[in-house]
Design a protein. Structure first.
Length: 228
C-alpha cells in the first residue's frame, strides 16, 4: 500500500486519565487507507513539499469509526508528545503520512496466535480485533497489561472483537494488583507452535524477545510492533 500524505483535522480529543490522550481525526481530502496493525507519522507543523516532511512522531492506528475517522492514543511523556498535549484541540489542522508497517501481513499460521501488550501497546492489536479479517484467526488470545484499572479504556473494542470472533479470549493484568506481565507463565500456558505478537514499551518488547530466543522459538513466530 502506497504511503500518502493527508491534510487532516482533529474532531475530538479526550484526556481520560493522567497524560493519556485519545484523538479522532478526519481526512480533509481523500479517505484514509491502511491495513490493521499499521502506523502513521503525525506532524504539528505545516507541510511544504518543497521543504520536505517536518518533524513528526509515529503512532499506531487504533482503528476507524463508521464515518472513516481514525483513532489514535498517545501518552504525553516526551518533548514532542507534551507539545501535542498542549497544541491539539478540536478543529486543529495537521498533516499525517501513512500507512507504514506490516505487523499482520504474511502471518505464518493464524491458529493459536497470542497477543501480548503493555499499556497503549494494545492499540495496533485493536485495529485487527475490530476488522472483519479477525475472523480468520483460530483461538486467539490477548494478554493486556495496564498500570491500573484507570488505564484500561478498551472494553468497547474488545466487545466488538468478541462479536467478530467468538473464539477470542483476553486476560487483563493490572500492575498494582497482579504485578507485571509474566512472560514465562504466558508461554508455559500456550501451544508449542503459537505465534506471538508483542507491542508495548521498548524494554518489554526487548525482554520478551530475548526470552523467546532463549527458548529457541523461531524468529517467524515472534512478531513485534516496533517503530521508535
Amino acid at each position: 500500500m502506497l504511503v500518502k500524505k493527508y491534510l487532516a483535522e482533529v474532531t475530538e480529543i479526550k484526556n481520560p486519565v493522567d497524560n493519556l490522550f485519545v484523538l479522532k481525526i478526519k481526512s480533509l481530502e481523500k479517505p484514509f487507507k491502511f491495513l490493521p496493525g499499521q502506523f502513521l507519522h503525525l506532524t504539528l507543523d505545516d507541510y511544504d513539499p518543497g521543504s520536505g516532511w517536518p518533524e513528526s512522531r509515529c503512532f499506531s492506528i487504533q482503528g476507524q469509526d463508521m464515518s472513516g475517522q481514525i483513532i489514535i492514543t498517545f501518552s504525553a511523556k516526551g518533548r514532542y508528545t507534551s507539545r501535542m498535549a498542549k497544541e491539539l484541540v478540536q478543529g486543529k489542522i495537521l498533516w499525517l503520512k501513512m500507512p507504514y508497517g506490516n505487523l499482520f501481513q504474511n502471518v505464518p499460521d493464524k491458529t493459536n496466535c497470542i497477543f501480548i501488550s503493555g499499556g497503549t501497546g494494545i492499540t495496533p492489536f485493536l485495529s485487527m480485533f475490530t476488522d472483519e479479517s479477525f475472523r480468520q484467526y483460530r483461538n486467539p488470545k490477548l494478554y493486556a497489561g495496564f498500570r491500573n484499572t484507570s488505564f484500561d479504556l478498551y472494553d468497547d473494542f474488545l466487545s466488538i472483537a468478541g462479536t467478530i470472533n467468538p473464539e477470542f479470549k483476553y486476560y487483563k493484568i493490572y500492575e498494582d494488583l497482579d504485578g507485571v506481565l509474566n512472560i514465562e507463565k504466558i508461554h508455559k500456558d500456550q501451544n508449542s507452535a503459537a505465534v506471538y505478537f508483542l507491542s508495548g514499551p521498548p524494554k518489554m518488547i526487548m525482554d520478551f524477545k530475548d526470552y523467546f530466543i532463549s527458548k529457541s522459538l523461531p524468529d517467524i513466530n515472534i512478531r513485534t510492533d516496533e517503530w521508535e
